[in-house]
Design a protein around this ligand. Sequence first.
Ligand SMILES: Cc1cc2nc3c(=O)[nH]c(=O)nc-3n(C[C@H](O)[C@H](O)[C@H](O)COP(=O)(O)OP(=O)(O)OC[C@H]3O[C@@H](n4cnc5c(N)ncnc54)[C@H](O)[C@@H]3O)c2cc1C
Length: 447
Amino acid sequence: MNAVNGTHSNGESENEDIVIVGGSLGGLFAGVALKCHGYNTTILERTNQFLLENQGAGVVAGGDTIEFFEKYDRTGKPVAVPSYKRLYLNQKGDIIHEKVNRQNMTSWDLLYYLLRANYDRVDSAYLEGGKLPDKRPSDGTVNYRYGCTVTNIVDEGSRVRVHFKRKIEDGSEVDESLTTRLVIAADGPSSTIRSILEPSVKRNYAGYVVIRGTVPELEASQKALEVFRERFCFFHGPGIQNLTYTIAGENGNTSPGHRLLNFVWYANFPDGSEELERIMTDKDGRRRKVTIPPGMITWDAWEMLKSKASDKLPPQMAEMAHKSKNPFVQCITDVTSPQNFYMDSKVVLIGDALAGFRPHTVASTSQAAFDVMGLVEWLDGNIDRRQYVKQTMQYARLVQSRGVHIGNRSQFESLPIEDYIEDRNMMSIPRRDLVYPDWTAEGLDSM
Ligand SMILES: Cc1cc2nc3c(=O)[nH]c(=O)nc-3n(C[C@H](O)[C@H](O)[C@H](O)COP(=O)(O)OP(=O)(O)OC[C@H]3O[C@@H](n4cnc5c(N)ncnc54)[C@H](O)[C@@H]3O)c2cc1C
């Protein structure tokens, strides 16, 4: 195996590890792929528990997510539930358009646990039907460190020093640092690393939120099952979009009868409005900036949203809102970094840290997988840096801008349903078939 950029450190001291900041899906994609290619890694994750908390929601498994698992998964567990058709409903709940279209639906927690099994051999009930991967002599070493919040990075010439605060048992924090030749920033859309490198890049509210939740298949009415079971079902109304689909159930169970129906409901709430403040203020009275996690929405806000669901959504979708026991809310935001490499290529941004897509793109997880698969190719010397920058930046720019375009059309314009269907079809074009407009390549040659 090639040792490009001096980052291949198998057998060297812990400080020689590639440091990955963030231990969610993007960080774990990086950890798993690098391990399989023989690179030693340390993941620094700020969350205080050994395992990240599941939000229990669905993820559309795009081509690159599936390809990643085909390449690197050693558990053998199926990662997705198929959806065979796309359906569009009117407000009365009648089907107004349908199209045969195979798509793969998965859940965040299933992906997370499979990646943890592949990275640091975390055993869990999610592995049922698969197995805990064996250790291979060619694997790089792994180190998942939780309770470690990265606060700064400093260029020290041939290396980067990563400063972080580590939570210790008595609850206090100690300052620590380590050095590395490569930092992979997978610290999400509010990335600390990006804010250090690009302080002027801000994450901006787009004027609407997404309300998400799940309902066990067996608790849904027959009418709801007819349109949601193994279907990708859509509704568009003024200022509203709702999509609902089937995902794996408890512990990643993909057997019929044990799965969940996952709803994703976009609704407009202008910045500064009384309603937005009400929704985004949690049970403890704290105004959350971006996310109200499961269990933290106030009774009053949830009653208000359920009543909107009854008034505005098709009955099958309103039923999901009424039956969901674990709803959560996220503000839709936009953010893109102008570049992905910093500090003479010793720091690279990937996934949501590079570009936080609107969820309409159904591409966030796939972007992280794509960024990582290319990164490993670059480290192994199979592609050059320029090619890596071009492929990842053009993809990030195009998908980010398409997300803004289709999101704004859906939420702030009233268009014929055919236009929304066309927008959705555009987002389903496989990455390999995307045609990149010239503007997506602007300035990349000098990066
Ligand atoms: C707990 C959790 C649950 C999620 N659930 C869903 C879901 O159900 N459906 C869905 O579509 N998407 C979900 N997402 C988002 C999804 O993972 C991302 O959109 C996408 O997969 C890209 O992942 P990412 O790793 O780039 O970013 P993220 O998933 O946002 O991960 C960023 C990680 O970095 C960590 N981090 C941030 N700052 C620091 C710091 N300074 N130091 C150390 N660590 C830091 C965060 O704690 C987080 O674990 C979830 C994200 C998280 C963190």
